[in-house]
Design a protein around this ligand. Structure first.
Ligand code: 5RP
Length: 265
């Protein structure tokens, strides 16, 4: 791994080997989903608690001040939508020159293993890794799961391992039963997505289990910004990821931060 690439990756995955990435890229295929209608309003207060921001160039340019000191993981795949024919029909939508201009720390792209457009998305990943290697920009492969696909360890191991084999520098996947097998067979660091909004305690449990079974961190979106208390939530997730606390302790923190906020209103 060249120095620039290592340096960029080390801005995202901190010296303790862990990371709390905040995913707010959903609009690239979902449009203005709940909680992200006005991205700047949602994201700005959360920035101090995130180790990096995962988002599209459109939201970066319009909603994040250029003097913000946070590593950017730029979503570069796109060309699909939730109402389109096939979610897996993605291409590379951002040039490497643009990623460099935007001073990003990594580029993110989805692969759809087992889908109609599997080949296309795997070639997208390979091409992006070639470009990233040229300029020292790491690539995050997101193992996207189609509407009808299960998120079991067998499938997620397959997708994560293929991503690593094609050269992804880190992989984003889902937590599942037998997650340790997914981690064991993937030679690059893994971060987990949070998935659909669930109760806060359950989301903290998810983060805890993932870290304890070998994930290097989380790349969480909806379970943070769709919480009624996003700031309390991100700080509690951080406690688990970086301070190795129990779910009980993290949930206690969540409850105390949310009630402090109420008192200060
Ligand atoms: C979609 C993505 C999203 O950014 C990510 O999965 C969303 O995170 P969360 O599931 O925690 O809302 O990469 O493919």
């Amino acid at each position: 791994m060249n120095w620039g690439l290592k340096n960029r990756l080390s801005r995202i995955i901190k010296s303790d080997g862990h990371t709390v990435m905040l995913a707010v890229d959903h609009g690239y295929f979902l449009g203005p989903l709940s909680g992200l209608e006005v991205p700047a309003k949602t994201v700005t207060p959360l920035i101090p608690y995130a180790d990096s921001l995962m988002l599209t160039r459109g939201i970066l340019r319009t909603s994040i001040p250029a003097d913000t000191d946070i590593p950017i993981v730029l979503r570069v795949s796109g060309g699909n939508s939730i109402v389109g024919k096939d979610l897996s029909n993605e291409g590379i939508a951002v040039s490497i020159e643009e990623a460099i201009r935007l001073n990003v720390s990594a580029m993110a792209l989805s692969i759809y293993v087992g889908s109609e457009y599997e080949h296309q998305t795997l070639i997208n990943l390979s091409k992006l890794v070639n470009e990233g290697e040229k300029y020292g920009i790491p690539v995050l492969a997101v193992t996207a799961v189609g509407k009808e696909m299960t998120r079991g360890a067998r499938y997620l191991s397959l997708a994560s391992r293929i991503a690593a084999e094609l050269g992804a520098h880190f992989v984003k996947t889902y937590y599942c039963e037998g997650f340790e097998k997914v981690v064991e067979s993937c030679p690059v660091p893994i971060v987990i997505a949070g998935g659909k909004k669930i109760a806060e305690r359950e989301a903290l449990e998810l983060a805890f289990n993932a870290i304890h079974k070998g994930a290097c961190g989380v790349d969480m979106g909806r379970n943070i910004f769709q919480s009624e208390h996003p700031m309390a939530m991100i700080q509690s997730v951080r406690k688990i990821v970086h301070e190795n606390t129990s779910v009980d302790e993290a949930f206690e923190l969540f409850n105390s931060l949310k009630s402090t906020k109420r008192k200060n209103k």
